[in-house]
Design a protein around this ligand. Structure first.
Ligand SMILES: [Zn+2]
Length: 222
């Protein structure tokens, strides 16, 4: 195998903060919202239907006292299910590659939250959004692509209150003042109306740049 060395991208003088969206896949600090791809949802419906047929065929074989390995109907369906799984995995990877490539190409400093995904998966409401959007795969791709193409990825502390801080004046909402269902909030101090995800991505960018100038360790206690 030949190892290829990537040519660094030209500098764009643009920095960006990325927030993991709940309704969108990601929200960027420049206002860009990248939706979760619809084709993945469609493929998942297709997978659910195929799996249902597979389990029916398994029940039929058991009733007739046949081994699953001897039931050609079951085995045919099993192959079909495996194919859909593969297609979902490939389509998702393809989507993540394109998104991470575009971001690394368009921006010089990229700031994201260092999410502890396995810890967050315990939170039921967030679980589906995170596992669907493959956040950790995306982060890994950003990491090595930034490295390849001469850009910089900064991860900020996951306990940093990116959603609850007003990106205009720095006011921080109190505990329980922001519900997961609140998509936007009005700052009691400066009266700005903050779109939840956009506000968070601006804060993430600012926090990353602050840590960079201070040369502080990027992950610190809260
Ligand atoms: Zn404010």
């Amino acid at each position: 195998m030949v190892e290829t060395i990537a040519t660094p991208f030209l500098k764009t003088q643009s920095n960006i903060g990325i927030d993991l969206g709940l309704t969108d896949f990601i929200v960027l600090s420049d206002g860009t919202k990248v939706a979760n791809p619809k084709f993945l949802a469609k493929l998942k419906d297709k997978l659910a239907r195929a799996q249902k047929i597979m389990s029916k065929r398994s029940a039929v074989a058991k009733k007739a006292n046949r081994k699953l390995s001897e039931s050609s109907n079951y085995r045919k369906q099993k192959r079909k299910v495996a194919k859909i799984h593969e297609k979902i995995s490939n389509s998702r990877k393809d989507f993540l590659h394109k998104q991470s490539f575009n971001i690394v190409k368009s921006h010089d400093i990229i700031v994201i939250e260092d999410l502890n995904v396995s810890g967050m998966l315990k939170n039921h409401k967030l679980a589906k959004a995170i596992s669907d959007s493959s956040w950790s795969t995306f982060t890994t791709m950003l990491d090595y692509k930034a490295d390849w193409y001469g850009k910089q990825l900064i991860k900020v502390d996951r306990w940093f209150p990116s959603s609850k801080t007003c990106s205009v004046c720095g006011y921080v909402l109190g505990k329980d003042e922001l519900k997961l269902s609140d998509r936007s909030w009005n700052c009691p101090s400066c009266k700005s109306e903050n779109d939840r995800d956009l506000n968070a991505s601006v804060n993430i960018l600012n926090e990353g740049l602050r840590c960079l100038t201070l040369k502080e360790p990027l992950v610190q206690g809260s």
